[in-house]
Ligand binder design. Structure first.
Ligand SMILES: *[C@@H]1O[C@H](CO)[C@@H](O)[C@H](O)[C@H]1NC(C)=O
Ligand SMILES: *[C@@H]1O[C@H](CO)[C@@H](O)[C@H](O)[C@H]1NC(C)=O
Ligand SMILES: *[C@@H]1O[C@H](CO)[C@@H](O)[C@H](O)[C@H]1NC(C)=O
Ligand SMILES: *[C@@H]1O[C@H](CO)[C@@H](O)[C@H](O)[C@H]1NC(C)=O
Ligand SMILES: *[C@@H]1O[C@H](CO)[C@@H](O)[C@H](O)[C@H]1NC(C)=O
Length: 865
């Protein structure tokens, strides 16, 4: 393998790391396996009932060895036992099965450091479960015993004493056991240690993955297997306690009710026939069917009451704020009747965990089991608690959110401890020492970085003479994958032909410039909050000034937002194919440092809505408004018909229609856009869009057509006419929705009564009539009844001509134009005639359709949602 191919592999690895977010979970191609009971047989299973003279059988089928049977594991330590005949049931929580309570009746006592040693036939993750209850012993008082338990590498308990001498303590850990595995009990000076029962049992490899999504950064971090874990909470949402009997991995799951802080908003649902997709992480062992078969969902009652429910389902658990935690959330869509109906946001401690989680795309089936791992950094646990929330996305059609199960697990710290800052050898790891854990996981990264540096140097050496004049350093340095590997190798490793670099490749694809993160940082004064000109689901939009003085709008995606990655991809894909005077154009983008940043032409006059109401801008005249509507209609008409596939915008609203310095309207924000699958004439999809603009038919049937955009545009037209918000919750019931309200007035023939009073006097009656007719047709109940964007455009043009004719009645030129249009309309019974008129009357000559297929770095698979 040559040096270059080696580097190439390293790069691929990096890219794989980047794309890990989507790769990790079940792919939709794998076959579906229905659930059926399965038993896991651990290669190693040590179950010891310490201090007991007889073995103990539990009703879940497990047998714990007696003390004589297990004495061979105890390599050091003296033989002191304690036992009681019975224990008050108040010592146990409700979730402890009664047969398990027997394990606490006897204990072994150590007055000096003592070690259990186990032969490990299959090194790897093992449960270590410890049972403590200070039973009575005539000589040794176990209630005051203080001791440390460690494995030689990881500290499980440090200077531990039972918090309440009447309560049993159960501790569950996951450690990587290597042969031989030791469990060391070390009493504090002049004290003693004790243990009632011990489990050391293999864990199936697939149970824990090495990576998790970090909160709040949102990127994927590896190295989870380097940590020892203590299970803190394991909840079965909406379900009963599941005991080791119900879980082949002998786990206990408890109901979520004590942690659910907004039970009024939650409703229990149950399902059955849970499906698991094998491979890539999801197996039946991850959690028992019973966990996935129950869930808490957002209650349907409050939806009916409030129309736009605004709450999250929330669970709060107390944790040790000095540790980081691994949080595993289990999901299974047992609520939907069909696919693509459920999507919601997931938050952890107020930070976005997953934006717009769409279980249908993850599992491809209803009732498909799915889980996500998050790692919550200690630095973000401010209140000593972990708060897990699921709730509606801002654009939810049918708001709902579910959670089936939740596991909260403490991660060992820099002292390799799960309890304090003392390492297994007794040394103190507080202070400012280099983090050991970081070093472990960082080692691999560091060597990778060295190699990358090597590549940079090689590339730097071979840099083109004019590199400074080129678009950017990164544009010729950064490689990107392509299905065409010969392209990659030739471009990437600097053959003579490749001089043109990547920026030109991207611009050939219509993507414009490839910006470096630094360039954009300096363009926005390091993303200064004062430079924010808009905030959306995707992230923030900043105004920036490039080095050459050009003003640009810079849209920076929330890192780690799944919605963000998808929308970023969609937007780049869409814009790469589209060029039109009435669509906002993309100048370039940046995807360095796992940033997702898009750079657009700056639209001086901002969103149309600001010029209609709420922002104290000078009033737009009727003619200006018509021009703007016509421009936007042209942009949409082009979207629907101009591109090969036909594109549905999906989020037409007045904040997505932007105005440049000359008040020319441009349609923006293609993050939700979808290519219409023309064979079927519609796309079946989860309802997305903005409240107040949503096509009711789309809402009902989840079938997206261009006519959904037409509906939304109809709402825009009324908004422009009436200059009021599309939803005003404070108004009387019949006025809340602009679409309904305007339609009522229009039906009564009195639309003039609700026209924006600032312009009412200047509107020609005929022009208004035509305009309102156009808007009304757009709002047709059924898509088939609504006009095409081309027809809408025609009517708006006509309305404009009527307005101009009335104000400039003596100008013969305009009049002749009007007559021409009227003739055209007369001959327009054949709907096909209208586009022809349009083509000659419009300025669509600038239309170009750039590039064919776009190859883009795999920031995650481009997926529809
Ligand atoms: C356990 O540790 C060994 C050695 O440190 C390592 O090779 C192995 O991958 C680890 N196994 C797991 C499951 O983390
Ligand atoms: C758990 O297992 C026990 C014993 O097999 C059974 O009686 C109980 O119904 C199971 N729990 C659930 C929720 O199915
Ligand atoms: C849900 O919780 C998140 C984070 O705490 C918050 O940002 C969001 O506004 C909440 N959503 C609703 C509808 O209350
Ligand atoms: C938590 O954040 C700190 C500082 O950002 C980092 O050094 C540490 O590795 C993080 N811990 C985990 C478990 O991610
Ligand atoms: C922290 O806890 C206090 C008291 O329980 C509570 O009032 C406050 O809202 C909490 N803060 C956060 C950020 O959760």
């Amino acid at each position: 393998m040559g040096w270059f191919s080696f580097l190439f592999l390293i790069f691929l690895n990096c890219l794989l790391l980047l794309s890990h977010a989507d790769d990790q979970k079940p792919s939709s191609n794998s076959p579906i396996v229905s659930s059926s009971p399965s038993a896991y047989r651990p290669p190693d299973s040590y179950l010891l009932d310490c201090g007991s003279s007889t073995e103990t059988k539990l009703d879940d089928g497990r047998t714990f060895k007696s003390d004589p049977q297990s004495s061979s594991y105890l390599s050091t330590g003296e033989d002191i036992k304690a036992s009681v005949d019975s224990i008050s049931s108040s010592a146990f929580s409700n979730s402890t099965p009664s047969s398990m309570q027997d394990l606490y009746k006897t204990a072994r006592i150590f007055t000096s450091e003592s070690t259990y040693t186990f032969f490990i036939s299959k090194p790897g993750k093992h449960w270590v479960r410890l049972y403590f209850l200070p039973v009575h012993h005539p000589q040794y008082d176990l209630k005051s015993a203080v001791f440390t338990v460690h494995t030689g590498k990881f500290v499980l308990l440090h200077d531990f004493s039972v918090p309440d001498d009447k309560k049993a303590v159960f501790k569950e850990y996951i450690v990587n056991a290597t042969e031989p595995f030791s469990l060391i009990f070390k009493p504090k000076k002049d004290s003693r240690a004790f243990i009632n029962a011990i489990e050391v049992v293999s864990i199936p490899d697939e149970l824990l993955s090495d990576s998790a999504s970090s909160i709040p950064q949102g990127n994927f971090v590896n190295g989870m297997s380097n940590y020892a874990i203590e299970v803190a909470y394991r909840l079965n949402m909406g379900g009963p306690t599941l005991s080791p009997k119900n879980d082949t991995l002998s786990r206990t799951w408890v109901p979520d009710t004590p942690y659910n802080v907004f039970p009024q908003g939650a409703q229990v649902v149950t399902g059955s026939d849970i499906k698991y997709r094998p491979g890539q992480g999801m197996t039946r062992l991850i959690a028992p069917d019973l966990v996935y078969a129950t869930a808490e969902r957002m209650t349907t009652e409050s939806y009916a009451q409030t129309m736009a429910p605004n709450f999250n389902l929330t669970w709060v658990m107390n944790v040790d704020a000095s540790f980081s935690y691994l949080i595993r959330m289990h999901f299974c869509d047992i609520v939907s009747k069909s696919l693509n109906n459920l999507y919601f946001n997931v938050y952890i401690n107020g930070f976005m965990g997953v934006s717009g989680l769409d279980l249908s795309t993850k599992t491809g089936v209803l009732a498909g089991a799915y889980y996500i791992d998050f790692v919550l950094n200690a630095t973000t646990i401010t209140n000593g608690s972990i708060m897990v929330q699921v709730g509606p996305t801002s654009d939810s059609g049918l708001p709902n959110a579910i959670l089936n199960g939740l596991e909260v697990m403490k991660l060992s710290n820099k002292a390799d401890s799960l309890d304090g800052l003392f390492a297994a050898d007794g040394s103190f790891k507080g202070g400012y020492g280099k983090m050991k854990i970081l070093a472990y996981s960082g080692l691999g990264m560091a060597s990778l970085a060295m190699l990358l540096l090597g590549v940079v140097l090689v590339r730097w050496h071979k840099r083109p003479h004019d590199w400074q004049r080129r678009n950017s350093f990164s544009s010729w340095l950064l490689p990107f994958p392509s299905s065409d590997s010969s392209f990659l190798s030739s471009k990437m490793f600097g053959s003579k032909k490749s001089k043109s670099g990547y920026s030109s490749f991207y611009s050939n694809q219509g993507l414009g410039k490839f910006f470096t993160f630094n360039e954009l940082q300096s363009a926005t004064q390091n993303f200064d909050e004062n430079a924010v000109i808009g905030v959306g689901g995707f992230g923030k939009v900043y105004i920036g000034t490039l080095e050459d003085g050009t003003k640009v709008a810079i849209k920076r995606g929330n890192q780690g937002s799944e919605q963000g990655i998808n929308e970023f991809q969609t937007e780049i894909q869409m814009l790469s194919k589209l060029r039109h005077r009435h669509l906002v154009s993309l100048i370039g983008f940046c995807d360095e440092n796992s940033e997702m940043i898009l750079v657009y032409e700056f639209m001086t006059n901002g969103p149309l809505r600001d010029h209609l109401y709420g922002a104290n801008k000078p009033t737009l005249s009727w003619k200006q408004r018509l021009d703007i509507c016509i421009g936007a209609a042209r942009g949409l008409h082009y979207l629907h018909t101009g591109a090969a596939q036909g594109i549905i915008h999906r989020d037409v609203k007045t904040t997505n229609i932007l105005l440049d310095e000359n008040f020319v309207a441009k349609v923006a924000d293609f993050g939700l856009s979808k290519a219409a699958a023309m064979e079927q004439g519609h796309v079946s999809t989860a309802v997305k869009g903005s409240f107040g603009y949503l096509d009711p038919e789309y809402f009902r049937r989840q079938q997206l057509t261009e006519k959904s955009d037409v509906y939304s545009f109809g709402v825009v037209l009324f908004e422009v006419l009436c200059a009021r918000a599309v939803i005003c919750p404070n108004l009387p019931r019949e006025q809340v929705s602009l679409a309904e309200w305007a339609m009522q007035w229009h039906r009564k023939g009195m639309i003039q009564n609700i026209v924006d009073p600032k312009i009412a006097g200047s509107i020609n009656g005929e022009s208004l009539k035509k305009f309102a007719e156009a808007a009304e047709k757009c709002l047709g109940e059924y898509g088939v009844d609504r006009p095409s964007m081309g027809d809408v455009l025609w009517n708006l043009e006509y309305s404009l001509q009527l307005q101009e004719a009335s104000s400039q009645i003596d100008q013969p030129e305009d009049k002749s134009k009007l007559i021409l249009l009227e003739e055209a309309q007369a001959s327009d019974n054949d709907p096909k005639a209208s586009p022809a008129v349009l083509a000659s009357a419009s300025d669509d000559s600038e239309i170009t359709i750039a590039g064919s297929e776009l190859h883009f770095p795999p920031m995650g698979n481009i997926q529809g949602r």
